[in-house]
Design a protein around this ligand. Structure first.
Ligand code: NAD
Length: 461
């Protein structure tokens, strides 16, 4: 048994020490899950729905307590932790309502007089799946996978991030209390090397949320095993403000999109392009919006910017800013970590005079910093938005829907936003292009993805 130290990133104080798994524990959990899965899959869907419906009630009942745990271990401002839990309940409602129709058998050809062949599609659970999760939205990114995976009849080996272990254990406790058998949903606790031990098991699918660097390692590890692999990875999400946009709405919306969750969202706005006619006015309004954000103790209700969850990210941000400065960028706001203060706080930072030779416009920042750059026209903005290895989301602000849709249809991204950003809907598929990953979660396709379609050719004789 190894020990995992859980530290509060706002204070650097140790919260607790948790027992982690060893590779032998992971093997045993896999074997138990393998043995338990057929029984779970054989239950009527109504029984699995009843368990997950009780889980929803448990989450709703414990929301303030769970939000406190989340804020303590990842530093997410308390109101934003509450928002994540509220959003998770909405996702649960979606899955509870839609799974039956998404997994219903589909008769695509019906036998008739003179044509005795019926063709049918059924949805078969994958079996035992690995769910390796990130820390930045542990309720969201976890439940996008384990809820539909369980409803579809799979057993789930769930590895929460080592930076969100307490939340992962709380999720486990509530699922078991809701009637999900303990071998059907088993937590795998520990750092990346325990994730590797999980990947060493002969699972039937791997569903990963995390960085491109880890996703690439996992893809290499899984290659050749011919199992379902989904990778929900990072982003360098762009937004473009057209000259006809409502400037104050765009500035407020984009400041929120860039700095919510202290910039640690996969779909945070990470680059802003503004038509040159309105560039100066937009930058003024944007900076004014960012100045309103209060940074501090994330337990306080009015705090909007908390600490970074992972201390090493301070170095990443410092390096991006130093690189940008060396190449001519100007820092309008922030530019360094919060001085003389405990915790991994980084000042909200706004950079201008940036270009695509700078890391800050090309590499994921995953923190409270943003670069703003003028674009000559819509074509130039499209070119800049597409100049990225990532392709998760893209946003356009304009009064003209046709103009926005024309631009967004030419931008390589899984998600397109008109006059909004940094939002996820359970009703829409969540997917990325390029380094943002492969596969999808959410929507009816994000339910079916935990099954394989089986084709039936049925001929009456
Ligand atoms: P990470 O890649 O460091 O870790 C993710 C998970 O992988 C953790 O549980 C970790 O323990 C595990 N892991 C690490 N090395 C492993 C290995 N070799 N084998 C198996 N498992 C291993 O990512 P993170 O810091 O937790 O999350 C931040 C990243 O996640 C950002 O890039 C963000 O954009 C991305 N993200 C993407 C989405 C999305 O939906 N596309 C959602 C949330 C976060």
């Amino acid at each position: 048994m190894s020990s995992l130290l859980i530290t509060n990133p706002a204070t650097d104080i140790l919260i607790t020490i948790v027992d982690g798994d060893e590779p032998a524990d992971v093997r045993a959990k896999y074997q138990a899950a393998r043995a338990a899965q057929p029984g779970w899959a054989a239950l009527p869907l109504a029984d699995r729905l009843a368990c997950l419906s009780r889980f929803r009630a448990e989450l709703a009942g414990e929301t303030p307590k769970l939000a406190r745990i989340l804020t303590q271990e990842v530093g997410k401002p308390f109101q934003q932790s509450l928002n994540e839990l509220k959003g998770t309940l909405e996702r649960l409602d979606f899955f509870l309502t839609e799974t039956e129709s998404a997994l219903r058998d589909e008769t695509v050809r019906l036998a008739a007089a003179g044509s005795p062949l019926t063709e049918l599609i059924t949805h078969v659970p994958l079996g035992v799946v690995a769910n390796i999760s990130a820390w930045n939205y542990p309720f969201f990114v976890g439940s996008n996978v384990f809820v539909p995976a369980l409803l579809a009849g799979n057993a789930v080996l769930y590895k929460p991030s080592e930076f969100a272990t307490l939340t992962g254990l709380a999720i486990t406790r509530l699922l078991h209390a809701s009637g999900v058998p303990k071998h059907v949903f088993a937590p795998v606790i520990g750092p990346g090397k325990i994730g590797e031990a999980l990947l060493a098991q002969p699972v039937d699918g791997v569903f990963f949320t995390g960085s491109y660097a880890t996703g690439r390692k996992i893809a290499r590890r899984i290659a050749g095993r011919m199992i379902r692999l989904q990778l929900e990875l990072g982003g360098k999400d762009p937004a473009y403000v057209c000259p006809d946009a409502d400037l104050s709405t765009a500035a407020a919306s984009l400041a929120d999109g860039a700095f919510y969750n202290t910039g640690q969202s996969c779909c945070s706005v990470e680059r802003i392009y503004v038509h040159e006619q309105i560039y100066a006015a937009f930058v003024d309004q944007f900076v004014a919006e960012v100045k309103k954000f209060r940074m501090g103790n994330p337990m306080k209700p009015d705090v909007y910017i908390g600490p970074l969850t992972r201390r090493p990210q301070i170095k990443v941000l410092d390096e991006q800013i130093a690189d940008a400065r060396r190449k001519g960028a100007k820092v309008l706001l922030g530019g360094q970590r919060r001085a003389n203060h405990r915790g991994s706080y980084y000042q909200p930072t706004v950079l201008v005079d940036v270009n695509h030779r700078m890391k800050v416009m090309k590499e994921e920042s995953f923190g409270p910093i943003i670069g703003i750059m003028p674009a000559k026209d819509d074509a130039h903005a499209i070119e800049l938005m597409n100049d990225s290895a990532y392709g998760l989301t893209a946003a356009v602000y304009s009064r003209d829907e046709g103009r926005a849709r024309t631009i967004l249809s030419r931008v390589n991204s899984g998600t397109a936003y008109w006059n909004c950003c940094d939002r996820v809907s359970p009703r829409l598929p969540w997917s990325g292009i390029g380094h943002s990953g492969i596969g999808l979660t959410l929507s009816k396709y994000g339910i079916q993805t935990f099954t394989r379609p089986k084709a039936w050719h049925l001929r009456e004789c």
